[in-house]
Design a protein around this ligand. Structure first.
Ligand code: HEC
Length: 163
C-alpha cells in the first residue's frame, strides 16, 4: 500500500513528467507502467549476458553516438553522463552512469541494455533488445528491437569506459 502510494507520488513528480514528454516513444514501448524506483535495486542478482551479441567488437565512439541519438538510445533523457555534459537536457530519472564501468561487469551492462526488467520488473528503462511481450507498441516499431545487436555492443563498449 505504502509502496503503491509512493509510486503514485513519484510518477506525478515534475522530473518524470519532463522525461515522459521527451520519451513518449519509449513509454509506448514500455510493457507496463508502475512504480518508479529511482535507483537500481539492492542485491542486483546474478543475471548477466557474458556472450557478446556480435562477432565484431563494440566500439565506444560508435556507442556514444547511439547513446546521444534521440531516435536510438536517447539515454540522456533519463541519465546523466558526466563526460557528455556539453550535451543539453540530461534527465535524472535513472542513476548517473559516469562510473557504471566500475560498478558492473560487462555482462551485467549488456543485460541492462538488452532487458533491464530482469533486475527490476517494473523498470522505466526501455528493453532495447526485446521484441516480444510488449504491449501497445506503435505500429512502425512492432516486431523490431530498439537497437541492433551491434549497437548494443557499441553502447556496452562505451559504458565499460565509464570508470
Ligand atoms: C525512460 C528512462 C530511461 C532511459 C531512456 C534509459 N534508462 Fe537506464 N535506467 C533507468 C532507470 C529508472 C534505471 C534505474 C534502475 C531501474 O529502475 O531499473 C536505469 C538504470 C540503468 C543502468 C544501471 C545504473 C546503476 O548505477 O545501477 C544502466 C547501466 C543504464 N540504465 C544504462 C542505460 C543506457 C545505456 C541507456 C540508453 C541506451 C538507458 N539506460 C536508457 C531509466 C532509463
Amino acid at each position: 500500500m505504502t509502496v503503491a502510494l509512493l509510486g503514485t507520488v513519484l510518477l506525478a513528480s515534475p522530473a518524470l513528467a519532463v522525461c515522459k514528454q521527451k520519451t513518449t516513444g519509449y513509454f509506448r514501448l514500455l510493457q507496463r507502467g508502475g512504480t518508479f524506483i529511482p535507483t537500481a535495486p539492492k542485491g542486483l542478482g546474478t543475471s548477466q549476458i557474458n556472450q557478446p551479441l556480435t562477432r565484431r567488437r563494440g566500439q565506444p565512439e560508435r556507442g556514444q553516438k547511439v547513446i546521444l541519438n534521440r531516435k536510438k538510445g536517447n539515454c540522456l533523457a533519463c541519465h546523466i553522463i558526466n563526460v557528455l555534459k556539453q550535451q543539453p537536457f540530461h534527465g535524472e530519472v535513472g542513476p548517473n552512469l559516469s562510473s557504471v564501468g566500475r560498478k558492473y561487469t560487462e555482462g551485467q551492462l549488456r543485460q541492462f541494455i538488452v532487458d533491464s526488467r530482469v533486475f527490476n520488473p517494473r523498470t522505466l528503462m526501455p528493453s532495447y533488445f526485446i521484441k516480444t511481450g510488449l504491449v501497445n507498441v506503435i505500429k512502425k516499431h512492432r516486431g523490431k528491437t530498439i537497437l541492433s545487436a551491434q549497437e548494443i555492443e557499441d553502447v556496452v563498449a562505451f559504458l565499460k569506459t565509464m570508470r
